[in-house]
Design a protein around this ligand. Structure first.
Ligand SMILES: [Zn+2]
Length: 128
């Protein structure tokens, strides 16, 4: 993958603007920041709202795992000695631990569709 000559970041080819001279090897973000291209020309640019929406989709997908870790830590630290609540919450935690991978698997196509919707269209130009 190529490296941007302004910010030294490595991106896929689709995240670069096209042209020769000052336009070569420049990512879309640097191209917009340095006003080398307009927003219409940089079709693959992830705007602030698209980036926030993608982050939100990622957070929604992986949040159950984070909550499971928090709940297991809470259970181990505070609830192991509290009878009978330790057994009730343990049963709920085991159900959640078994159900979370199923939940992630079942909604994986939904997640992929959301990410595809939130990916800017990019047409590879001739010769690239
Ligand atoms: Zn750059």
């Amino acid at each position: 993958m190529p490296t941007c000559r302004h910010c030294y970041s490595v991106y896929p080819r689709g995240q670069f603007i096209h042209g020769i001279g000052p336009l070569s090897q420049v990512c879309v973000r640097c191209g917009l920041d340095k006003e080398l291209v307009t927003k219409d020309e940089a079709a693959s640019y992830y705007s602030k709202s698209i980036a926030n929406s993608r982050f939100s989709a990622i957070a929604r997908r992986w949040a159950p795992l984070v909550w499971l870790g928090i709940f297991w830590t809470f259970w181990i630290l505070y609830l192991t000695d509290v009878s009978p609540w330790n057994w009730f919450t343990l049963a709920i935690l085991i159900l959640g631990t078994l159900g979370t991978p199923l939940y992630i698997f079942v909604f994986s196509s939904n997640y992929q569709a959301t990410m595809a919707r939130l990916t800017p269209d990019y047409e590879r130009p001739e010769g690239h």
